[in-house]
Design a protein around this ligand. Structure first.
Ligand code: EPU
Length: 339
């Protein structure tokens, strides 16, 4: 393990914001992480743990220690004729893991193809796309308690998963570091889950209606709508889709009959933030070095050389427009880090 001082995080955040970390450390194992947590450096400095940096926005230099897991491995730890449980290192790239599952014909994560980031972040954020979310397949999460260095395994129920949400974002925020995630995948009896919007039509184009075809269909749709972070800095959806009471939804529906919506419960309805932003005229608009993506208004992009404040200012302007036009509050989905 090497401690690097004044480390540029440019390649560790997909927004492509050029900030420095006072210290940067990568570790390869649970033992190394436990050792680090006891070290003077971590006892004396604040620290922040990153994954693939695909859901982060750094506002300025980070005056502490940035930690990054390189814990690797995909191991089958349980299995029957119909299911397999894979234990996956937090430092594995999410999409390489999805690719692995598809190559083995294990069903359950194919709808989540192409999502940037690393496995350790998937339970924290409960990543989701095209009618699926990580919570559908996660059966346990192995963590280290930051204070005591002790291992703890959370069951899926204990993770309290919700829409882009888990206990690790709320009451346990910053208290645990994920080291391994256990995923339960199907070996037999797989059925495609392709009812989400455009996925059905895209999937129908493939002659073989199998797991690999779902992955290809999802990657094709993502490729059309979402910018490639290596080409245009971005962190996927910048905002969460807002959840509003049914009464608020009915009020909006009477003025905007085409407003897209998804039922959440008897009391609440989820709206499409991308649609709200587009209706306010922001889609494709640039403000200096930042812009709203032209194919998906939920994505803010760094056209080159933007800093965190440029992006926050654009986010604030968008939020004000949506608040004024629809009376709806947009909440950033991206984790905003002040150094
Ligand atoms: N829409 C617009 N204009 C836009 C964007 C969307 O009118 O600019 C409308 C679409 O026509 C559709 C609805 O909004 O009726 C939903 O759009 P889409 O299917 O593109 O999905 P989304 O709700 O905007 C969510 C996730 C994405 C995920 C897609 C597909 C959130 C915050 N975002 O976006 O996740 O890929 O569904 O499942 O839930 C991410 O988290 O980084 C991410 C990209």
């Amino acid at each position: 393990m090497k401690t690097i001082e004044n480390y540029s995080l440019l390649n560790n955040n997909t927004f492509g914001v050029d900030v420095n970390a006072r210290y940067f450390i990568e570790y390869d194992s649970v033992d190394e992480l436990q050792y680090l947590l006891r070290s003077d450096l971590l006892q004396e400095n604040k620290f922040f743990h990153i994954g693939g940096g695909s859901n982060l926005l750094f506002i300025n230099d980070y005056e502490g220690v940035i930690l990054h897991s390189k814990i690797k491995g995909i191991d089958a730890i349980e299995g029957t004729r119909s299911v397999v449980v894979l234990k996956v290192g937090a430092g594995e790239t999410w999409d390489s893991f999805v690719e692995y599952c598809v190559s083995k014909n294990y069903g359950g994560v194919e709808n989540l193809s192409g999502i940037p980031g690393e496995v350790g972040a998937t339970p924290v954020q409960n990543i989701g796309a095209y009618g699926a979310e990580a919570a559908n397949v996660i059966c346990a999460v192995e963590c280290i308690d930051v204070k005591t260095g002790m291992e703890k395994i959370f069951t899926a129920k204990e993770c309290e998963f919700g829409y882009r949400d888990s206990i690790f974002k709320r009451s346990l925020k910053g208290k645990y570091i994920v080291t391994y995630v256990h995923f339960k995948l199907q070996k037999t009896g797989w059925e495609p889950n392709v009812n989400y919007g455009s996925l059905k039509d895209e999937f129908a184009k493939y002659p073989e209606q199998n797991i690999a075809a779902v992955r290809s269909a999802v990657l094709a749709i993502r490729g059309r709508k979402l910018p490639e972070p290596k080409v245009l800095g971005n962190a996927g959806s910048f905002f969460m889709n807002p959840v509003v009471p049914v009464s608020k939804f009915n009020e909006l529906k009477s003025t905007y009959p085409d407003i897209p919506s998804y039922p959440v419960s008897e009391k609440n309805v989820k709206l499409a933030a991308g649609w709200l932003i587009e209706q306010c005229g922001w889609k494709g608009k640039s403000v200096g070095p930042v812009a709203v993506h032209g194919s998906q208004a939920l994505v803010l992009i760094n056209k080159g050389g933007a800093n965190g404040l440029d992006i926050i200012n654009l986010s604030d302007s968008i939020r004000a427009s949506v608040r004024e036009k629809f009376g709806v509050e947009l909440i950033p989905e991206v984790n905003i880090i002040f150094g």
